[in-house]
Design a protein around this ligand. Structure first.
Ligand code: SF4
Length: 254
């Protein structure tokens, strides 16, 4: 359990190092100072369940995010079940778990999650399937994620959508339609965040992909991300305006 500075979270648990979803915008490798190619390796923390038992005894606060720099339900989880073992140990304790994933595998643990103090969030950056394939090459499609969310909600779990990172001129295209689709799966709330750049190497990686698939956006993104401007402030106002029509709680971390 690592202390977390993330919104609404006391600790984060990352059962794996690396992530097979390989999202282009992911800042995890820059926080972890990871030199291996992100998306091409995953280390399994096989003794995490034992370590957790020891750590739970000393931690005073209670809100845990699973996960902040990996997806707890990536494909290796099918084999190793580290996330599942961690959840089993967290069940019937004071800890409240917020799962954050892009994976359909979360459904495997539905019965366990139903018995826990927890919520499950699915990250959605855009509903544009083509863009999602470019920016989140290893993850299930946004449509599948929405279906999962709907199923979790119907099953009685508290759910949320993490709408982010908001990719300029991609996430905000058809914004009305996107929020309308979100409303149909009736999440308990929606958390919204902007694109955060962690250094030059992070930007260079994103820029390469933009040059390949969205060359006309390179300069626009550079301006939004590195120069003083009100792009995200205006987007925030636009999103706030759209939400007036809906009875859904939403919060910005922008
Ligand atoms: S799912 Fe999350 S941790 Fe994994 S690559 Fe994408 S942004 Fe990074």
């Amino acid at each position: 359990m690592s202390k977390s500075g993330l919104y609404g979270t006391d600790y984060s648990i990352n059962p794996y190092t690396g992530c097979s979803h390989g999202c282009v915008y992911c800042y995890a490798p820059y926080i972890l100072r990871e030199r291996r190619e992100w998306g091409k390796f995953v280390d399994v923390k096989i003794n995490a369940p034992e370590v957790l038992i020891k750590e739970m005894r000393t931690k005073k606060k209670k809100d845990i995010l699973m996960s902040s720099v990996t997806d707890p339900y990536q494909s290796l989880e099918k084999k190793y079940k580290i996330t599942k073992q961690l959840l089993e140990r967290l069940k019937n304790t004071k800890f409240v778990v917020s799962i954050l994933t892009k994976s359909t595998l979360v459904l495997r643990d539905l019965n366990l999650l139903k018995k826990m103090k927890c919520e499950v969030g699915l990250t959605i950056t855009t509903l544009d399937e083509k863009a999602a394939k470019i920016f989140e090459p290893g993850a299930p499609s946004p449509n599948e994620r929405l279906k999962i969310l709907s199923y979790l909600k119907i099953s009685g779990l508290k759910t949320y959508i993490f709408f982010g990172p908001l990719l300029p001129f991609i996430s905000d295209v058809d914004l009305e339609k996107t929020i309308d689709r979100f409303s149909m799966v009736r999440p308990d709330y929606i958390l919204i965040d902007k694109l955060n750049i962690k250094g030059r190497n992070h930007w260079n990686k994103i820029k390469k992909v933009l040059e390949m698939y969205y060359p006309d956006l390179v300069e626009k993104w550079e301006y939004i991300l590195f120069y003083e401007n009100d792009y995200y402030e205006k987007l925030k106002q636009r999103i706030t305006g759209i939400f007036q029509k809906y009875d859904i709680k939403y919060e910005f971390c922008l």
